[in-house]
Design a protein around this ligand. Structure first.
Ligand code: GBH
Length: 440
């Protein structure tokens, strides 16, 4: 790698990120059923109908995995808590085994000098709550605040930072409009409700944690730089609409207390009553903002109902996900987010990484493409920092090859290779390159 730790400020945090359902093994430890178990069980939703029942068996192997995080020289580790492991029915009686697990996991991080950065929802909603309408039901904000209180009463005293929800766009739009993630709904009314309730739940969770005296609370948004695919006014409009729905809705709700007009033009008729009165909760003050960044999107208008746009393939080199590699977008987002939404609030790149076809040879796993990807995105971070954007840390997605949602186990994002038969972990070239860079 061209970058090294000493090129960054001494308080800049390097970390790596994972999520509960993607690595833990959800069939273990008394966790309740989730919408991802249900979604994966319906043919056609997930490649080979794979699910997270065993995943990386991190539930039993977290100590070994955290040894790898420490040995690489990372400062911080971003993980998520499974709601259904803590509360199998989503509400009611906690699962003592689940609470004990996150307690041990927290201590295992601290013992290794790693800063625990928790996310409270990374997509595996307890099925029992889906039966009540899930993200369509306004009550989810209270269920989520109650769950937050339960888990944070146990581990909140030892967290470095907490974000309630990973990527609200995915929870709302990807899962209720596009139907590509659980619960696989394709309905504009459900989408509008989820777009709002996800932010309301975020705000109620922040309030619950403030009530426990917690600090360093933030939000994590996924961003994709939207660009017109050609120079027609129609393409420009399509890109602006995409930007409003995908990127601006959540940042604007959280930091300005309003939704962008270009998104409301399609969603307003479907919004839950009284939505305008919820911004005081949604805007509960935060201590930092996290950006997950992977790629850009090229848009053209389309002859379909609102939002009447479609994505087209671009010319840039792509990752195994077919996502164009566009580090410039990360620079632009860091600069724009600070300029238009967050001002001097610390920003973190809470996820960045790529899926690649790694080559295994003589016990080594070669993933040179991933090294270049990380290096080029660190350039973007440095460029933003040089201009005074307060970027305070960078987390690689992901520590381990894991359950890549609707794409099953085929797409590998890890710094560490996982053999899903033996569950053996093998650090890849990118892991070794980062380990060297973080010590230099
Ligand atoms: C992250 O989301 C997730 O937080 C993480 O769990 C996941 O493993 C990681 O990405 C890698 O996928 O092309 O229309 O099908 C990143 C946000 C949202 C970016 C979905 C790509 C593709 C939508 N992602 N998006 S589409």
């Amino acid at each position: 790698m061209k970058h090294r730790r000493s090129d960054f400020a001494t308080d800049f945090l390097f970390g790596t990120a994972t999520s509960s359902y993607q690595i833990e093994g959800h069939g273990m430890g008394g966790a309740g059923r989730t919408i991802w178990d249900d979604f994966a069980a319906t043919p056609g939703n997930v490649v080979r109908a794979e699910n997270g029942a065993r995943a990386c068996d991190h539930y039993h192997r977290y100590a070994e995995d955290f040894d790898l995080v420490r040995a690489a020289g990372f400062d911080a580790y971003r993980f998520s808590v499974s709601w259904a492991r803590v509360l199998p029915e989503g509400r009611g009686t906690p699962n003592a085994e689940g609470l004990d697990y996150y307690d041990r996991l927290t201590d295992a991080l601290l013992e290794r000098g790693l800063k625990p950065c928790a996310t409270l929802y990374h997509w595996e909603l307890p099925s029992a709550l889906q039966d009540l309408g899930g993200w369509r039901n306004r009550d989810i904000a209270e269920w989520f605040a109650d769950y937050t209180h339960v888990i944070m009463s146990r581990i909140g005293d030892r967290m470095f930072s907490v974000a309630p929800i990973n990527e609200p766009w995915c929870v709302a739009w990807l899962s209720h409009f596009m139907g590509l993630h659980a619960p696989g709904v394709r309905d504009i009314r459900a989408t509008a409700r989820a777009m709002h309730h996800v932010l309301l739940a975020h705000g109620r969770a922040i309030q619950a944690m403030r009530g426990l005296g917690m600090q360093n609370l933030g939000a994590v948004c996924n961003l994709e730089w939207a660009m017109p695919a050609d120079d027609t006014p129609g393409a420009k409009d399509a890109a602006d609409r995409y930007d409003a729905i995908y990127n601006r809705w959540f940042l604007s709700g959280l930091f300005k207390g309003e939704y962008p007009a270009l998104a409301l033009e399609g969603l307003e008729p479907h919004m839950p009553t009284g939505w305008q009165d919820d911004f005081a909760t949604i805007q509960a003050p935060l201590d930092w903002c996290g950006l997950n960044y992977y790629t850009r999107k090229l848009l053209v208008p389309d002859d379909t109902p609102w939002p009447a746009l479609k994505e087209v393939a671009g010319p840039l080199p792509k990752t195994l996900m077919d996502w164009e590699i566009y580090p410039e977008g990360l620079y632009r987002f860091l600069a724009r987010t600070a300029r238009e939404y967050t001002g001097t609030l610390p920003l973190y790149v809470t996820e960045n990484g790529m899926a690649s076809r790694d080559t295994l040879q003589d016990g080594h796993v070669y993933d040179e493409g991933r090294i270049a990807y990380i290096d080029n995105h660190l350039d973007a971070v440095q460029r933003a920092r040089a201009e005074g954007v307060p970027v305070k840390g960078y987390f690689v997605w992901s520590l381990l090859d894991n359950y890549e949602w609707a794409l099953g186990y085929e797409k590998r994002f890890g710094l560490v290779h996982v053999d899903f038969d033996t569950l053996a972990r093998t650090p890849k070239s990118s892991y070794h390159a980062l380990a060297t860079a973080l010590k230099a």
